[in-house]
Design a protein around this ligand. Sequence first.
Ligand SMILES: [Zn+2]
Ligand SMILES: [Zn+2]
Length: 171
Amino acid sequence: MEQTVNNRYLLDVSDLLRGDRRELDVDATVEVSDDMGITFIESPRITGKAVNMSGYIELSAKLIVKYETVCDRCLKELEREMVLDIKCPIAESLENMDNDEYLIPENGLIDLSELARENIILNLPLSHLCDENCKGLCTKCGADLNHGDCGCVRVEKDPRWSALEHFFDED
Ligand SMILES: [Zn+2]
Ligand SMILES: [Zn+2]
């Protein structure tokens, strides 16, 4: 019912399109290139079903993504899991369809790897923090400030105080 070509997981929906079948279970482990700043702990998995809704096919599935990344502030390694709901209408062609949100199979095949990749990119958080109160690394010595203060003086220069610097110099 399915095939993998060049690491792409292709779901065969031709039976559904012809009306020979009403439902098709989907349980696929898909290869997705992780060139988006994360490392997959295991290959993303899509589970759900594709159902013939007379006129189009609806793919509804969960996409489970387990990945590793690092905290944006302290660089600690983090493991994260995303579970995304995918609802995707599939039509044989865009003819007679009221909008262009339909996925059109190529030779009866839907590329689940590409579908997973698009959904991951759309839903990946813009930032990853080990904790929203993460103190990050010292800009001077690189110490992890979550483990306590390193003792460095890290005063950001504020132009309003520059006049006072001379005041202290004179002491
Ligand atoms: Zn952190
Ligand atoms: Zn320091």
